[in-house]
Design a binder for this molecule. Structure first.
Ligand code: ADP
Ligand code: MG
Length: 334
């Protein structure tokens, strides 16, 4: 079990980790989710003893990472975001080197290397130089070195970055397989990645914990709302008063083109406005052409949760993204 209490990391005046507290029980696959710059790598580097914290404590199975670093580190296997590369070694030589570093007893080295190769599907490339491997295989070797020493906890920092879709699926399957025997913590800035493999998700933003819950429970952390989009044949000055007369409307927006008006109304989650809208339009003799409930997917939820706080690294708005891609399109047109 990992216990992190009031963790703080300051770089000069910049708070990269801001009083982070959480525990990870055994046997879980936990996703550490947050936009770039949220503080994921910093936190993982502290938990694994790579860098020191400014304040706070980390204990692994009851061993404090500063007071008993050897004991604490024995329980953790780590694949950093930028793994050290020993490209002139073969995979097997490299794993032997790691086993030595981790002080695996001599007798156990061979069987442990064999098992790590088997578990990560790297038996066939064991004798190849690391520099000749694809990125997907290098990542597998990175995971193999993390499981040498048979640590209870495996921490993987953005393990699928830079991989192609097939490799991503393979690494995900591998992580699920590892979770049968180890506690696995992985970080990602992509929600779908986390929801595909994790039991629990911790969303962090600006070094702070925003939400910690199961993937299914995420929507409950939002101000639950119902939104309905309606296209009505008519002009804005006819439609607007009808919508304003509806009860329980929290937000209303209208956009007319002279012939049709597109209306979006938002209410509390327990209120369904569709029948009221239908009867109001029918009474006024205004035909409804379309009506649909606007549902929010997990991606929207993630964006809302991480945007609701002031972000230091501003995310581009949809408009800006569009402008940018239009600019790029211009360039490629030339
Ligand atoms: P993430 O892994 O979530 O993308 P990081 O933990 O790498 O985020 O970074 C968190 C914040 O700390 C960022 O604002 C980053 O610029 C800053 N940071 C990270 N490492 C350093 C460093 N060595 N020196 C100064 N600032 C750093
Ligand atoms: Mg990172």
């Amino acid at each position: 079990m990992i216990e992190v209490k009031d963790l703080v990391k300051k770089y000069d005046n910049h708070l990269a980790v801001d009083h982070l507290t959480f525990t990870v029980p055994r046997g879980q696959i936990l996703g550490f989710l947050g936009p770039n710059g949220a503080g994921k790598s910093t936190t993982m580097n502290i938990i694994t003893g790579y860098i020191s914290a400014t304040e706070g404590s980390v204990s692994i199975n009851g061993h404090d990472i500063y007071e008993e670093p050897e004991e604490a580190k024995k329980s953790i296997g780590y694949l950093p975001e930028q793994p050290p590369v020993y490209t002139d070694m073969t995979v097997k030589e490299y794993l032997g080197f790691v086993a030595e570093l981790k002080r695996v007893p001599k007798k156990e080295r061979e069987p442990q290397i064999a098992s790590a190769l088997a578990k990560t599907g790297t038996v066939d490339v064991a004798k190849r130089l690391i520099k000749h491997l694809s990125k997907g295989y290098r990542q597998r070797v990175g995971i193999a070195q993390a499981i040498i020493g048979n640590p209870e906890v495996i921490i993987l920092d953005e393990p699928t970055v830079g991989l192609d879709p097939v490799q991503i699926i393979e690494i995900r399957d591998l992580m699920k397989e590892l979770a049968k025997e180890h506690t696995v913590i992985l970080s990602s800035h992509i929600l779908s990645e986390i929801s595909a493999v994790c039991d629990t998700v911790m969303i962090i933003n600006n070094g702070r914990l925003v939400v910690s819950d199961t993937v299914e429970n995420l929507p409950q952390h939002l101000n639950a709302q119902n939104s309905c989009r309606v296209v009505i044949k008519g002009t804005e000055d006819l439609v607007k008063p009808l919508m304003e007369e509806l009860e329980d409307v929290k937000e209303l927006s209208l956009e007319g083109d002279g012939e049709f008006v597109t209306v979006t109304v938002t209410s509390d989650s327990q209120v369904d406005l569709r029948e009221d809208i239908f009867f109001a339009c029918a009474r006024a003799g205004l035909p409804i052409y379309e009506m649909s409930n606007v549902t929010r997917n997990l991606e929207d939820i993630f964006l809302e949760l991480t945007r609701s706080e002031e972000t230091t690294e501003e995310l581009p708005t949809e408009g800006e993204i569009k402008e940018e891609s239009e600019e790029n399109a211009d360039v490629s047109d030339l």
